[in-house]
Design a protein around this ligand. Structure first.
Ligand code: HEC
Length: 151
């Protein structure tokens, strides 16, 4: 790797770390009751553009483009509204995730992305989750924008 490439890789890592760090300006005041996996701020709407930035943390394991490869995790094109653990039949989903059943609604994606291991104990998605409700809403909006038009 050239020095320039090393530099670029380092910048990419920093960008992901910055994305994952909780945004201090969105932290609730200390006196406010804290709620685990709190609700998005009602005055703030989900933004697929911001979600594209959040998705960088996912792209270590997932492709998103139509017909993209399954890597560590399955390709995620059109995952919103799809059956859980069925959309990529040749991908080796865990029994843990298959047992969750049902459909990837936005609410279930929110629960999954808050804490994958709590949603499907034994899952192979070794990702700690996104503690920030706004980031989850944004990345779900981004996922929803990647797929066949539904609305
Ligand atoms: C360290 C790798 C890794 C990271 C990072 C990761 N995932 Fe995953 N993801 C996986 C694996 C592995 C699975 C399959 C889990 C299983 O079968 O138990 C999965 C499954 C999923 C599924 C279910 C797909 C289906 O077809 O049912 C969704 C949705 C998903 N991930 C979204 C995300 C999002 C959004 C992010 C970023 C916020 C993310 N993942 C980050 C590895 C990862």
């Amino acid at each position: 790797m050239t020095l320039a490439a090393v530099g670029t890789a380092a910048v990419a890592v920093v960008a992901v770390a910055v994305t994952l760090a909780p945004a201090p300006e969105r932290a609730p005041p200390r006196s406010a009751p804290t709620e685990i996996g709190g609700r998005p701020d009602p005055g703030r709407s989900a933004d697929a553009g911001r979600g594209a930035t959040v998705f960088r943390a996912c792209s270590a394991c997932h492709t998103i483009g139509r017909g993209g490869a399954d890597v560590d995790g399955p390709n995620l094109y059109g995952v919103v509204g799809a059956r859980v653990a069925e959309r990529r039949p040749r991908y080796g989903y865990t029994q843990a995730l298959r047992d969750s059943g049902g459909t990837w609604t936005e609410a279930r994606l929110d629960a999954w992305l808050t804490d994958p291991a709590a949603f499907a104990p034994g899952t192979a998605m070794h990702f700690p989750g996104l503690p920030d409700a706004g980031e989850r809403a944004d990345v779900i909006a981004y996922l929803g924008a990647q797929g066949p038009a539904r609305r």
